[in-house]
Design a protein. Structure first.
Length: 265
């Protein structure tokens, strides 16, 4: 956000509970006055953002009448004047706040706000993916003979998660998500050695597995293309190659064989 929005200071924190959050991540600061600061709903700029669930900016924090001033000492120690704050919202719930600030009382333009919004959207996506990955890992720990209805939900979520993985820029997070997908596939089939190879003679590329996961959830080629960010013709190509490798003659047959091979849950 600092690079994109020409903001010398950026900081923020996430909610561990519903009562308050602490500022835990900071860049561009020169003191420790803000580190660990507990922000409660309604108080200060961040607290107002939490309450209203929308971005808010002030030109001069110390003199602003639009906010309360419980945190003036911490802000003043860092010599911050102009400031904006953006809520981090996941599944309709505010999960934290991201701030950007200047040490001069200047109006923040669209560049700063757009940079903050872009950074928040990336964070929201990462949080949503992490939560879904953790949920699926928890489900994968259930015995293979668990409720069939639950496994249908898992199969649909597995396809969504593989599609989300292609949008994640953090390579470590992406690898964690794909490992979770592989674990789900193995848990439901009772075998398989990995996410892209399950038995001798059967090896699908990650994208071929992505396409089959969409097909397994009932998606058309067009819908699968939208979910995966591919062209419909590309989806058809991946589907044909996976069917050939699996020895399948229809889409449904390919899904069945992929499940037997431990490639899909």
């Amino acid at each position: 956000m600092r690079r994109r929005g020409a903001l010398p200071v950026a900081f923020g924190g996430l909610f561990p509970n519903s009562r308050q959050f602490r500022i835990s991540e900071l860049t561009g600061t020169t003191t420790n006055s803000l580190r660990g600061l507990a922000v409660t709903p309604g108080n200060g700029l961040g607290g107002k953002v939490l309450t209203m669930s929308r971005p808010i900016s002030v030109v001069d924090y110390p003199s602003s009448r639009a906010i309360s001033h419980e945190y003036d000492a911490a802000v003043g120690a860092e010599s911050l004047r102009s400031m904006l704050a953006v809520p981090v919202v996941v599944r309709g719930r505010v999960r934290g706040v991201l701030y950007g600030a200047l040490r001069q009382p200047l109006a923040l333009g669209d560049r700063a706000l757009n940079a903050a919004m872009e950074a928040v959207r990336e964070l929201e996506q990462s949080l949503a993916v992490r939560e879904e990955a953790q949920r699926l890992i928890t489900v994968a720990q259930q015995p293979p003979d668990a409720d069939p209805a639950m496994w249908e939900e898992v199969r649909e979520a597995h396809g969504d998660l593989r599609a989300l993985a292609q949008q994640v820029t953090d390579p470590q997070l992406k690898e964690r998500i794909l490992r979770a997908c592989g674990r789900l596939a193995r848990a439901s089939s009772g075998g398989g050695a990995g996410d892209t190879a399950a038995r001798p003679g059967v090896e699908l590329s990650p994208r071929e597995v992505d396409v089959l996961a969409c097909v397994a959830s009932g998606a058309t080629n067009s819908a699968a293309a939208d979910r995966l960010g591919l062209r419909p013709e590309t989806v058809k190509s991946y589907l044909r190659s996976s069917m050939r490798k699996l020895g399948a003659h229809t889409r449904l047959h390919a899904v069945v064989e992929a499940r037997r091979a431990g490639l899909l849950p």
